[in-house]
Design a protein around this ligand. Structure first.
Ligand SMILES: Nc1ncnc2c1ncn2[C@@H]1O[C@H](COP(=O)(O)OP(=O)(O)OP(=O)(O)O)[C@@H](O)[C@H]1O
Ligand SMILES: [Mg+2]
Length: 266
């Protein structure tokens, strides 16, 4: 993250999924997902409850092994590799529900993010950068992370990922459980991080409005399948998207009914 000028979005994919299929026992959660994330961009996967968004991220970061398909990161095959190996390659996952170490201080949580790094000056500089993005974390640096509010914990979870200075951040529904105001604030910072540091981000979201405004390229996921992909500028203009994800229509791109499930905390 320390690099001065953000590299421009390149055509070269930093991440590539080809026909990835993952299941929980008999339940197929994603069915032949192919997508790519180019270096320097924010890509998003939109989908409602149970569409398979979290499963895609867990499969990329090695928490779940796919049944089929392949995953390439920075040109190397990482399919079904160990999560620790994948983190070391520079891929950081901010899970759904903003997991922080509640008994560690805010500062120590941030240091945990940087545990693979040996460039002490760079780590210090990046700590200052995240405090710049989220001043509340500086104020609470010595406090236990478990005492932070949900929104502050989300800030910490994102910041911890930034401390790893990764090549790619997987961000699972940062808007979950946050007020519209805080959601907007967090998305603005995600975009700033991308623009100012060139950090590549794959964001999965139910909040299509926020995601389509923040991201460059988007995929629409329904029942474990990508049913549409385009630039976010184009997706924002599509009638299906406007009506189903940004509005009131009851059927999805493929005519599936919207699945209204109450969002619960894990
Ligand atoms: N541990 C699990 N065991 C069994 N089934 C699971 C498990 N986790 C997820 N599933 C199922 O896999 C499918 C995809 O779930 P996933 O969590 O990937 O969806 P999601 O798009 O992230 O949804 P949400 O917006 O609610 O977070 C759903 O049908 C879900 O019920
Ligand atoms: Mg999810």
């Amino acid at each position: 993250m320390v690099s001065a000028a953000p590299p421009p979005v390149s055509d070269q994919p930093v991440l590539r999924l080809l026909n990835v299929e993952s299941a929980y026992g008999p339940i197929k959660a994603i069915r032949g997902v192919s997508l790519q994330v180019r270096r320097g961009e924010i890509a998003t996967v939109l989908g409602s409850n149970g569409a398979g968004k979290t499963t895609i991220l867990k499969t990329i970061s090695g928490i779940i092994d796919p049944r089929r398909g392949s995953i390439e990161f920075k040109g190397s095959d990482i399919t079904a590799r160990d999560p620790a190996f994948i983190v070391q390659q520079g891929l950081c996952h901010v899970p759904e529900g903003r997991e922080v170490f509640p008994l560690l201080s805010v500062r120590d949580n941030l240091m945990m993010g940087a545990y693979t790094r040996s460039d002490t000056d760079g780590v210090h500089k990046d700590m200052e950068t995240v405090f710049g993005y989220f001043p509340i974390l500086r104020e609470r640096a010595a406090q236990g992370a478990g005492l932070l509010s949900g929104g502050q914990q989300q800030m910490l979870a994102i910041s911890r990922a930034l401390m790893a200075a990764p090549d790619l951040i997987l961000l699972d529904e940062p808007s979950l459980g946050l007020s519209p105001k805080l959601t907007k604030e967090i998305f603005e910072i995600v975009v700033r991080v991308n623009r100012e540091h060139g950090t590549t981000i794959l964001l999965v979201e139910q909040n299509a409005n926020m995601a389509l405004n923040a991201a460059d390229y988007g995929y629409v996921l329904e029942n474990g399948r990508i049913v549409m992909e385009d630039t976010c500028a184009n997706l924002r203009e599509k009638e299906d998207i406007k009506e189903f994800y940004l509005g009131m229509k009851e059927t999805g791109v493929r005519g599936d009914r919207r699945w209204k499930k109450k969002k619960t905390w894990r």
